[in-house]
Design a protein around this ligand. Structure first.
Ligand SMILES: *[C@@H]1O[C@H](CO)[C@@H](O)[C@H](O)[C@H]1NC(C)=O
Ligand SMILES: *[C@@H]1O[C@H](CO)[C@@H](O)[C@H](O)[C@H]1NC(C)=O
Ligand SMILES: *[C@@H]1O[C@H](CO)[C@@H](O)[C@H](O)[C@H]1NC(C)=O
Ligand SMILES: *[C@@H]1O[C@H](CO)[C@@H](O)[C@H](O)[C@H]1NC(C)=O
Ligand SMILES: *[C@@H]1O[C@H](CO)[C@@H](O)[C@H](O)[C@H]1NC(C)=O
Ligand SMILES: *[C@@H]1O[C@H](CO)[C@@H](O)[C@H](O)[C@H]1NC(C)=O
Ligand SMILES: *[C@@H]1O[C@H](CO)[C@@H](O)[C@H](O)[C@H]1NC(C)=O
Ligand SMILES: *[C@@H]1O[C@H](CO)[C@@H](O)[C@H](O)[C@H]1NC(C)=O
Length: 489
């Protein structure tokens, strides 16, 4: 029997008993990485799309930086056979689904599929509500490794956590009963507060309405903002990157190894945001421990998208073994010259597995901004504003300073990977050869970024932050710190 202990993440991190109360399939110890076709292709799916995208991910080295799962979203089915099993659309998938899984496995990757905890999927194909065991068995028989499980047409079975929990728990149990480890990715848009209950039954849960490829554009179809997102009755869709970040800051610390708040698939590469905005998007999804699912056409990636998606120093935040999401320490409004008149700056920080600290200065305003973060605010969790940590000196590493140049990325992209990786060795981290955990333990310089200075004891970290941009840092105790720490203790 599974034990449904409800424990806060704070309690878990203190008692150090994580694995024992979580979804017990051994998956997603760090946020899952992969590719999902939805943001770029919607319903336009086919065997060729899956196979060519998987091949491109392997050839271009996306697989080897950690993007493991190739996920087929909605619109793949053609109803049910008379015996009740789901039937693939054989026009789109002439050789069926097991053939897709075999090919993806042959490339060393995992295969993801999609259904809904409803009568229909969101695009009105057959859903799995009431068919959980049959469908879980079908997915397992095809060799599926990952299930994205949506929330459309749920027949009114939502409205409080108990009802939603029961509906999603059925598929969790059915997947477990197949005996095949299948990463279970709930997609109930934050309805009924999944961050309170989903970590005992799922590896991740979507926590907001669907993302859109805009930085901060308000949209009536994504009605809830900020704290309203906690009890959002209509999560909607067309949610901007800043809308999602501002909703997630309250609950993000409920993520933990084995169970993650899912901020939705990435939009990097889809063209609706600037380079700075995509860097911000990537930095925040990684440091808030969202699953990282590429959501663009990987066969036509441009150099800048490639260098964002593969930045090892940022991926090292996502895949840090401690699994602690970054925490917002402050945000305030600043004047800006547009119809809104005000923009926002925010500071995030959080501890990493090896005693390092991550710091993100986020400027959501329309002008570049000279931002200031005091050691007291950065290390407030370490015992107040004048803790030993705040009174220590820290070396500051810029996590975007060693970004892969466009010329190097283009060599990889234009040769389909055949000619590029030797030139990329100062920028490209092969996580298949050495895991992020091992690389972090070994102080691999690719995962550190570039040292740009020192934060003095009780000092202020200052940086010019681009409009709609971030500066992201790893702080590491400097040699001076060891001495001053000893002095303090
Ligand atoms: C099923 O759940 C049990 C614990 O309840 C766990 O030990 C086992 O590994 C799980 N199996 C799969 C395939 O998820
Ligand atoms: C249902 O029928 C289809 C088509 O013959 C078959 O592939 C599938 O395995 C059957 N399902 C079960 C549970 O026997
Ligand atoms: C919780 O939901 C189950 C069915 O989903 C129902 O039997 C039970 O009465 C509910 N409990 C409460 C306290 O609402
Ligand atoms: C940071 O500090 C500088 C110097 O005191 C000040 O001019 C600037 O406005 C501050 N930045 C913000 C965003 O408050
Ligand atoms: C790379 O692959 C694409 C198709 O995936 C092909 O059209 C192109 O010719 C290949 N380029 C090289 C240099 O092999
Ligand atoms: C990464 O390392 C693995 C294992 O050593 C190797 O097979 C693969 O070719 C490498 N990938 C790249 C892109 O260098
Ligand atoms: C990594 O760096 C830390 C801090 O500078 C040091 O204490 C540790 O010994 C280093 N580890 C290795 C394997 O070099
Ligand atoms: C710390 O000091 C040693 C020499 O004492 C030096 O080799 C090392 O690079 C220093 N580490 C850092 C992070 O500055």
């Amino acid at each position: 029997m599974r034990s449904y202990t409800f424990a806060s993440s704070a309690l878990l991190s203190i008692s150090g008993v994580a694995g024992s109360v979580l979804m017990n399939n051994g998956l997603a110890a760090t946020p899952q990485m992969g590719w999902d076709n939805w943001n770029a292709y919607g319903c336009d799916v086919s065997a060729d799309l899956l196979l060519d995208s998987a091949q491109a991910m392997a050839d271009l080295g996306l697989r080897d930086v950690g993007y493991h799962y190739v996920i087929l979203d909605d619109c793949w089915s053609d109803g049910r056979y008379e015996n009740g099993s789901l039937r693939p659309n054989f026009e789109k998938f002439p050789n069926g689904m097991a053939a897709i899984a075999d090919y993806i496995h042959s490339l060393g990757m995992g295969y993801g599929m999609y259904s809904s905890a409803g009568k229909y999927t969101c695009a009105q194909y057959a859903g799995s509500l009431g068919h959980e065991t049959t469908d879980a068995n079908t997915f397992a028989s095809w060799g599926v490794d990952y299930l994205k499980y949506d929330n459309c047409y749920n027949e009114g079975q939502s409205g409080n956590p108990n009802i939603s929990y029961a509906r999603y728990e059925k598929m969790s149990t059915a997947l477990n009963n197949t005996g095949r480890p299948i990463l279970y990715s709930m997609c109930n848009w934050g309805q009924d507060r999944p961050w309170d209950w989903a970590f005992t039954i799922a590896n991740s849960w979507r926590a907001t309405g669907d993302i859109t490829d805009f930085f901060d554009r308000p949209d009536v179809r994504c009605p809830c903002e900020d704290k309203e997102g906690l009890n959002c009755e209509f999560p909607g869709f067309h949610c901007s990157v800043m809308n999602i970040i501002n909703k997630m800051v309250w609950t993000i610390q409920r993520s933990q190894p084995g169970g993650w708040n899912d901020l939705d698939a990435l939009e990097v590469g889809n063209g609706g945001m600037s380079d700075e905005e995509y860097k911000l998007h990537m930095t925040m999804w990684a440091s808030m421990k969202s699953p990282l699912l590429i959501g663009t056409n990987v066969q036509t990636l441009d150099a800048k998208s490639y260098s964002i998606l593969t930045n090892p120093a940022i991926l090292a935040l996502s895949q840090d073994p401690a699994g602690a999401a970054i925490i917002r320490r402050w945000s305030y409004q600043v004047p800006q010259k547009d119809i809104f008149g005000v923009g926002e700056v925010q500071m995030f920080s959080g501890s990493l597995s090896n005693g390092d600290y991550a710091v993100v200065l986020l400027n959501a305003a329309t002008d570049e901004m000279h931002m200031n973060a005091t050691a007291g605010d950065i290390f407030v969790d370490e015992g107040g504003k004048i803790s030993a940590a705040a009174k220590s000196a820290w070396d500051v590493y810029d996590l975007w300073a060693n970004r892969m140049p466009d010329s190097v990325a283009n060599q990889i992209l234009q040769s389909n990977g055949t000619a590029g990786f030797s030139a990329a060795q100062n920028y490209y981290y092969n996580a298949t050869a050495q895991s992020y955990a091992d690389g972090i333990a070994a102080n691999d310089t690719l995962l550190m970024g570039t040292k740009v200075g020192t934060l003095e004891a009780l000092g202020t970290l200052k940086a010019m932050v681009p409009a709609h941009g971030v500066m992201a840092y790893r702080l590491r105790p400097s040699n001076a710190t060891a001495v001053s720490k000893r002095d303090e203790l």
